[in-house]
Design a protein around this ligand. Structure first.
Ligand code: PGA
Length: 243
C-alpha cells in the first residue's frame, strides 16, 4: 500500500515497479491495462526506453480486456490504445503483445485468451486500474464473478465512465471480453493505481476493511500475497483511508 503526494508520483512509482520487474528479468511477462489512469505510466516507460534506461525487446505482454465489436484499427479499441500509447513507442516486438479480440467468435476468443495466458506463463507483474464500482479488468460488480475469460455486460456506471472517450454516447460499447479473476490473481505481483474522488467508494472497500465481496471485485486483491495499491493523498482522504 503506497500513498503518494500526487497522481503524478503514483504513476512514477508504478513505472518504477514495472521497470524493476523488467530489469530483474528482461524476458518478463507483463499484464497490462488500458483506461485514463495508466497513460502517464506508459509515458514514463516510453521516456525511459527512448533514453536507453530500459529495454522491452524480450518482454511479452497480455492485456486484460477489449471492447466487443471494435476492431484493432478503431481508435477506441484497446489494441489501438496500446499500440499508440505504448507499443509503437518502445522497442517491444509487437508479435509478443497480445490484446484479446472482441470480434467474431467470442466464445473462441475467450478460450484463446486463457490459452495465451497459460502459454505465456504467469506474469511477473499485472498492472490494474479500478472502476468506480470496483471492477478490475471488466469484471463488474455483481452477485457472482467469473474465474475465466468471459464476455461481460458493462454496467451503466462503467458505460457512463467510458463515454468520455467517445464522441457519441450511442457509440460506447456495452459488452467487453475480459480476463476473469483467476488469471488476474495468478500474477506474481499486482500493481493497482487509482486516482480521483469517483474511485473513493471502491478504494474504501478495498483498503478500509477486511471484507471480500463480489459487489466490489477489487476486494479479491486482498487475497493476493503481493498486491501493491498506489493512491494519492487526495484519494486516500476521500476514501477515509488512514495510513
Ligand atoms: P480509468 O479506468 O483509468 O479510465 O479510470 C479504470 C478502469 O475502469 O479500470
Amino acid at each position: 500500500m503506497i500513498v503518494t503526494k500526487s497522481y503524478e508520483d503514483s504513476c512514477q512509482r508504478a513505472a518504477e515497479l514495472i521497470e524493476a520487474a523488467v530489469l530483474a528479468n528482461p524476458q518478463a511477462k507483463l499484464g497490462l491495462a488500458t483506461g485514463g489512469t495508466p497513460l502517464p505510466i506508459y509515458r514514463r516507460l516510453i521516456e525511459d526506453c527512448k533514453a536507453g534506461k530500459i529495454s522491452f525487446a524480450k518482454v511479452r505482454t497480455v492485456n486484460l480486456d477489449e471492447y466487443c465489436g471494435l476492431n484493432g484499427s478503431n481508435t477506441q479499441s484497446y489494441r489501438w490504445f496500446m499500440d499508440h500509447n505504448l507499443f509503437n513507442e518502445i522497442d517491444i516486438d509487437k508479435t509478443n503483445t497480445y490484446v484479446p479480440s472482441g470480434l467474431g467468435d467470442l466464445a473462441a476468443n475467450c478460450r484463446e485468451v486463457d490459452k495465451k495466458v497459460r502459454e505465456n506463463g504467469v506474469p511477473e507483474l499485472q498492472l490494474l486500474g479500478i472502476g468506480n464500482n470496483g471492477h478490475i479488468g471488466f469484471n463488474e460488480a455483481a452477485d457472482l464473478l467469473h474465474t475465466e475469460t468471459h464476455i461481460e455486460q458493462l454496467t451503466e456506471s462503467t458505460i457512463a465512465a467510458n463515454a468520455r472517450f467517445f464522441d457519441k454516447s450511442e457509440d460506447v460499447p456495452t459488452q467487453a471480453i475480459t480476463m476473469g479473476l483467476s488469471s488476474i490473481l495468478a500474477a506474481k505481483s499486482i500493481v493497482l493505481v487509482a486516482t480521483g474522488a469517483a474511485k473513493a467508494a471502491a478504494i474504501r472497500g478495498l483498503l478500509c476493511n477486511d471484507e471480500v465481496t463480489t459487489q466490489n471485485p477489487s476486494t479479491f486483491l486482498k487475497l493476493h500475497p503481493n498486491a501493491t495499491i498506489i493512491i494519492d493523498a487526495a484519494l486516500a482522504t476521500a476514501a477515509g483511508y488512514e495510513n
